[in-house]
Ligand binder design. Sequence first.
Ligand code: UDP
Length: 235
Amino acid sequence: MYTRTLLKISGEQLKGKFDGGFDAERATWIAHEIKQATDTGASIVLMVGGGNYARGAQLTGNGIGRVTADNIGMLATLMNGLALADVMNACGVPTRVLSNIKTDQIVDQFTHRRAISHLSKGRVVIVAGGIGRPYLTTDTAAVSLALELECDAVIKATKVDGVYDKDPSAHSDAARYDRLTLQQAVERPDIRVMDRAAIALAADHQQSILVCELLKSGNIAAAIAGNQVGTTISA
Ligand code: UDP
């Protein structure tokens, strides 16, 4: 069983049935999935993406600079974090948001000490604002935060149930890997787990990553309990 887990949820997962924005019904479903894990005593840090509102790389252009676009992307993660925390608290999962961008009026600033303090009280900590700097994604921020908060694994809960040797939606003979090494994930261009900066950081520090399907009920709790779910990428 993982004692502490960094769970990365992308904005795409939070838009649920909508084309964009935040679907509170989907968030409620996710909150109940997380509750299954926290009820067993698991400690969870959540890194939320913002792609349901904005992604810096896509927004850049027509006069919008990359730094502005990335700042907007980080604000998007804050919107998700705020809404998800309310939903989680309403579902009986004590949760706090800490932000890596300065928005004192709205949420507390992330500090290592604050995060550890909330976690030690059994709260889920949602970290918004990624890592707080442009030219990065929440995948990289997730790995960095997992290292900082000594998480046993980064769980990337996504729409596919693991890492495949080829695109499973286009190839019926695509095969899923149960295990990969971090070295393979860095070296092989056919293996797409996270962006390169995120994988390189994980490989440099032997941070295990697990890729699994979010929308399969019980998956997050099973992964945290140490059952074989999705693809594990480790040293
Ligand atoms: N972002 C950033 N620095 C960070 C994390 C995120 O600049 O440390 C910006 C970046 O523009 C990114 C956007 O915030 O595209 C939203 O994050 P991401 O694309 O990772 O969200 P996801 O695809 O997981 O929903």
